[in-house]
Structures are given as structure tokens and as C-alpha cells.
Write a protein that binds this ligand. Structure first.
Ligand SMILES: Cc1cc2nc3c(=O)[nH]c(=O)nc-3n(C[C@H](O)[C@H](O)[C@H](O)COP(=O)(O)OP(=O)(O)OC[C@H]3O[C@@H](n4cnc5c(N)ncnc54)[C@H](O)[C@@H]3O)c2cc1C
Ligand code: FES
Length: 268
């Protein structure tokens, strides 16, 4: 839905360094339940105390949960706008345009989910949707240390953890856990180098994969072109792409665009 809806923050949960979850009640319900992987453009109609209007631009946020029309987003403190969102309290109002983009498919009997960083919230919603269909997902969660692992106790099914410093689970990259499993599909979201490793593993093992890209977005609705990837727009044709879509991409894992369209090289 491309016109704004205003939501009241009704509850703030899971307040850890990996993200605060804001449960939002709409003043006018979205006509359809979002698909996991879809996102919303979220903005503050007015700045919280101590902030100025510069924090009121819309930023993309994955849908992290849904409860009878109420929407969950999970915000990590990454910069000024996210800090301002984290300064909000129950009763404050946010604007959302959404649900936007193409989400994950749910027609899978043995799903393997892999996430890290701000890529984990959409996988939580995906895991919950699978569980609601009676399918038990396996989820791999990675982070620099145990404090960076996204709310593992909230995921239904099996959770396998990897940390760079060995403070929880396997000591090493989350992608090193992949070889333990034989799924019917890999679902992944997180930093692009992790997605590239996931894609390479999936192709080498003939496992179909769906990858959710978190590229820079300015408008979120197909107008500005900043999120372009080859000849596609991540905000409209994605953010979820299939392994077949990405395997021959000239830009995935190589170059990305930032504010204003400036191009930078994706660090491996
Ligand atoms: C589809 C999608 C889903 C996302 N879901 C979540 C989520 O569930 N939770 C969460 O905490 N974050 C999520 N993000 C990232 C979030 O949008 C950015 O972290 C946020 O915009 C940072 O803004 P800032 O002003 O706080 O930080 P800044 O200081 O402006 O930037 C901090 C970091 O965020 C990136 N960033 C800044 N603006 C954008 C933008 N408009 N689009 C994409 N990246 C940006 C920058 O490249 C930088 O790495 C998502 C991004 C995308 C594209
Ligand atoms: S963010 Fe503007 S076209 Fe995708």
C-alpha cells in the first residue's frame, strides 16, 4: 500500500543491543497481512525531544512480526534516525508506507534460515510463519559475539549459533554452519558478503535459495533508482531475490549505491 498509515507504538519489547522491538497499532488496518521479507518505509512525523527534523526522513525497516493487524519492527541503533526511533515511547506515533516489495515464498517443507545483523528480524517473522503452518524451521544466527545474536529464544524450531569470538556456539562465521544441513531451500538475510557465501554454498549444493537484500533505499517505492541492482529495483523487484536471479548479477556482492546514488565497492 503506497499511501501513509499512522501507527501508535503500543509496546516496546526485547530491548537489547541487537534491537528494540516496537509493536505498532495502525489507525487504519493494512488490507493484507505482510509476507515475511516485505518491508515498510518508516518515519517520525515529529522529532522526539532532543532531536531536530533531520531525523524525520523515512528509512526502510523489515516487518519482524504481525499480531492481528499490529506490526512489529525491530530497530538497531545504527545512526541518527534509528537512534531517534529508539528514543520513542509507547503512545508516540510513527508513519509507515507498506507492506512493500516482494517477500519470501512459504512453500517449503525443510527450510533452513540464515541471518545476521539487521537481517535477522525478517527471518524471525518467517520462522514464526513456518511454525504456524506446522513446519519446523532450522535457523542459523551469526554475530560478532553473543551480545550480537538476535533474540535466539524467540525463534521456533532449532537454532544454531556462530560467533566470531566463540562466546556462543560455533567459533567462526555463520556460513560455516551450512555444511551440517541438507535443506530443501535456504532463506537468508543480512550483510551482503554473508549472502554471497550463502549463494555460493546453495549453488554448489544444488539447494534453491531466496536472499533478502538490505541495500540503500531512498524512496522505497520505485521512483528514485538508488536501490537499482543490474536492471532491477531492490525495493520493487526484491528485496527477496532467488538464487537464479542473482547468480549471474554483475553488481550483487560487487558494487552498491548509497545516498544520492554514489557507488561503492562491497567489502568481502
Ligand atoms: C529492506 C531493508 C530492511 C531493513 N530492515 C531493518 C530492520 O528490520 N531493522 C534495522 O534496524 N534496520 C533495517 N534496515 C537498515 C535500516 O534501514 C538502516 O540501518 C537505517 O536506514 C539507518 O538509518 P540511520 O539514519 O539510523 O543511520 P545512518 O547513519 O544514516 O546509516 C547507518 C547505516 O545504515 C545504512 N542506511 C542508512 N540509510 C539507509 C537507507 N535509507 N536504506 C538502507 N540502509 C541505510 C547506511 O548505509 C549505514 O550503513 C533495513 C534496510 C533495508 C534496505
Ligand atoms: S529506493 Fe527508490 S527506487 Fe528503490
Amino acid at each position: 500500500m503506497r499511501y501513509p498509515t499512522f501507527f501508535e507504538i503500543v509496546e516496546i519489547t526485547s530491548t537489547t543491543s541487537v534491537g528494540h522491538s516496537l509493536w505498532l497499532k495502525p489507525n487504519r488496518a493494512w488490507p493484507t497481512q505482510p509476507v515475511p521479507g516485505q518491508f515498510a518505509m518508516v518515519w517520525l512525523p515529529r522529532p522526539p525531544k532532543g532531536y531536530d527534523l533531520s531525523v524525520c526522513s523515512a528509512i526502510p525497516m523489515s516487518i519482524a512480526g504481525w499480531d492481528d493487524g499490529n506490526v512489529r519492527i525491530t530497530v538497531k541503533d545504527l545512526g541518527l534516525t534509528s537512534k531517534a526511533l529508539l528514543a520513542c515511547s509507547p503512545g508516540d506515533e510513527l508513519g509507515l508506507i507498506g507492506p512493500l516489495g516482494v517477500g519470501f515464498s512459504l512453500d517449503c517443507k525443510q527450510p533452513l534460515l540464515m541471518g545476521g545483523g539487521v537481517g535477522a528480524p525478517p527471518l524471525l517473522y518467517l520462522a514464526q510463519m513456518f511454525a504456524a503452518k506446522g513446519i519446523e524451521p532450522i535457523t542459523l544466527l551469526g554475530g560478532a559475539s553473543v551480545s550480537e545474536i538476535f533474540h535466539p529464544h524467540e525463534f521456533p524450531g532449532t537454532v544454531d549459533i556462530a560467533t566470531d569470538d566463540g562466546s556462543a556456539g560455533h567459533c567462526g562465521r555463520v556460513t560455516e554452519l551450512l555444511e551440517k544441513y541438507v535443506p530443501s531451500r535456504l532463506y537468508t538475510c543480512g550483510p551482503e558478503p554473508m549472502l554471497v557465501s550463502g549463494l555460493n554454498w546453495a549453488v554448489a549444493n544444488s539447494v534453491p535459495a531466496e536472499l533478502c537484500l538490505e541495500r540503500y533505499m531512498a524512496c522505497g517505492v520505485g521512483l528514485c533508482g538508488v536501490c537499482s541492482l543490474d536492471e532491477q529495483l531492490v525495493c520493487q523487484d526484491g528485496p527477496v531475490f532467488s538464487s537464479d536471479d542473482l547468480i549471474n548479477s554483475a553488481e550483487f556482492g560487487r558494487i552498491a549505491r548509497e545516498a544520492g546514488g554514489s557507488v561503492h565497492v562491497v567489502q568481502p
